[in-house]
Design a protein around this ligand. Structure first.
Ligand code: HEC
Length: 247
């Protein structure tokens, strides 16, 4: 009897501690991306953003157009007309429009495939990266980035966001100066709030691509845990029943 109690306590403790492990794992320094993988409208906007602003350079070669259309509720006509720029076959994977050799010539590095970037870097990291471009005339692209210093990626969203300048704290200690805040002397076509929303939708789509089944998995998980709990109840009753005559 004692043993069952101990086991139950262990399960409960593990259940309580697991979410904490999750919190500790997520980066401390980055602002929270705050995207909602359950919002289909946001994911549709994110897909549009990705196809229009990113797929020119970045591929997502583990993702097929028709799967995106099905999961996100995008009609075939819409998919072909507005989202497929590098292929005309819906069953194709998302390839970048740019040959890798040219990319290396232009940027010095090939733009990474973005299928899994939201998982390898984390959504908060990618969000901060897209929010973190600032003016730096010493760079060949004219911009630098607070998340990936010296990045080869140009600020492809500068028209929308405008070009920020970064203010750094002057520190006594040697080493890189510490970033303090952004200012926006040259605004873009979007307001800062609209731009943040634009980036959030894009990151949302990147998270979807990195694990298309995520929402199904989470929903199913609830039922699985419920089943296990109820099943444990029945198993316990059965245990009592079996041992009643033995004792
Ligand atoms: C003009 C080409 C170009 C376009 C368009 C472009 N990128 Fe990039 N991107 C690059 C290059 C080049 C790199 C490699 C940067 C490096 O390693 O310094 C990169 C790197 C990245 C990375 C990796 C950052 C890291 O932490 O390693 C992410 C994430 C990313 N891009 C997201 C995007 C998103 C989202 C879009 C669309 C809004 C986009 N990119 C559009 C060229 C591009």
């Amino acid at each position: 009897m004692m043993r069952i109690k101990n086991l139950a306590m262990l399960v409960v403790a593990a259940g309580l501690l697991l979410p904490l492990a999750g919190i500790a794992h997520e980066g401390e320094a980055f602002p929270h991306a705050g995207n909602d993988p359950y919002s289909q409208a946001s994911l549709q906007r994110g897909a549009r953003n990705f196809m229009n602003y990113c797929s020119g350079c970045h591929s997502a070669k583990f993702v097929r157009y028709n799967r995106v259309a099905k999961d996100l509720g995008i009609p075939d006509s819409e998919l072909r007309a507005n989202l497929m720029f590098t292929s005309d076959k819906p069953a194709d994977t998302i390839q970048s429009a740019m040959p890798a050799a040219d990319a290396i010539k232009w940027f010095g590095v090939a733009p990474p495939d973005l299928s899994l970037i939201a998982r390898s870097r984390g959504t908060d990291h990618v969000y901060a990266f897209l929010m973190g471009f600032y003016k730096d005339p010493s760079r060949p692209t004219g911009v630098n980035n607070t998340v990936l210093a010296g990045t080869a990626m140009p600020h492809v969203l500068a028209d929308l966001q405008g070009v920020q300048t970064a203010i750094f704290k002057s520190t006594e200690a040697a080493g890189a100066p510490e970033f303090e805040k952004f200012e926006l002397p040259v605004p873009g076509t979007l307001s800062p709030e609209q731009y943040a929303e634009f980036v959030r939708d894009t990151v949302n789509f990147l998270e979807y691509m990195a694990e298309p089944i995520q929402t199904t998995r989470r929903d199913l998980g609830v039922w699985v845990v419920l089943f296990l709990l109820i099943f444990t109840g029945f198993a316990y009753l059965l245990y009592k029943e079996f041992w009643r005559d033995v004792r």
